[in-house]
Design a protein around this ligand. Structure first.
Ligand code: GTP
Ligand code: MG
Length: 208
């Protein structure tokens, strides 16, 4: 079981020159603005206020890198996409920021895609997911705000989310609630496996 003992803000970046070094693997969190990325990161890290959360969408406007367990791995909070009230030019800027990071980051192990458990994924959610899959990444989706729906509703919604995103049977979908603090055990297990796998591979290929 993955244990997160220590977490700190490492770096805030808007462009690649500001990114930290690539010696440590990264797990990024992507999703539309206000879906709950920063809240989920705080919950996973067991920190109340490390990543800034807000009632008004568009809170995270930079790429924020968090270092876990003295840089065993990093968690990366990406700006939210698809918020209508953000100006066109700003949202294009954020889009570029996200795309630049995802496209060229060699130490990016996986992207956790967040969708709202209550709603059918948006066209942008579908586009992002298809893009990640096309990039060769494993499908890992978290459905946020699970406290806002009943178990019956979730049983229906999970099918709709899988089908709309075009998730393969082996792709993982985990409902979480940052409010009720549920769902993180399963997510931490998956993250633990990814971190272990990455370290096994790097150490195996790094013979001196
Ligand atoms: P941006 O930084 O704008 O992209 O947003 P974000 O995806 O980081 O979302 P954030 O974590 O800031 O949360 C947005 C709002 O949703 C806040 O008001 C949170 O309190 C609320 N929220 C997040 N997760 C949950 C949840 O699991 N349950 C409920 N009920 N509310 C949540
Ligand atoms: Mg945020």
């Amino acid at each position: 079981m993955m244990k997160i003992k220590k977490s700190d803000l490492l770096c805030i970046a808007a462009k690649p020159a500001q990114y930290p070094g690539t010696d440590t693997m990264e797990i990024a969190f992507a999703g539309r603005s206000n879906v709950g990325k920063s809240s989920l990161i705080n919950l996973l890290l067991g920190r109340k206020n490390l990543a800034r959360v807000s009632g008004s969408p568009g809170k995270t406007r930079t790429i924020n890198f968090y270092t876990i367990n003295d840089d065993q791995f990093r968690v990366v909070d990406l700006p939210g996409y698809g918020y209508a009230k953000v100006s066109k030019s700003l949202s294009a800027e954020w889009g570029d920021m996200i795309e630049t990071y995802l496209k060229q980051r060699e130490n990016l192990a996986i992207v956790v895609q967040l969708v709202d458990s209550r709603h059918e994924p948006s066209a942008l959610d579908v586009q992002m997911y298809e893009w990640l899959k096309a990039f060769g990444m494993d499908g890992l989706v978290v459905a946020t705000k699970a406290d806002k729906i009943s178990g019956n509703q979730w049983a229906k919604n999970k099918k709709a989310i899988r089908s709309k995103l075009g998730m393969a049977p082996e792709d993982i979908l985990i409902p979480v609630s940052a409010l009720k603090k549920t769902g993180t055990g399963e997510l931490l297990d998956v993250i633990g496996q990814i971190v272990e796998g990455w370290h096994a591979e790097t150490e195996g290929g790094d013979q001196e």
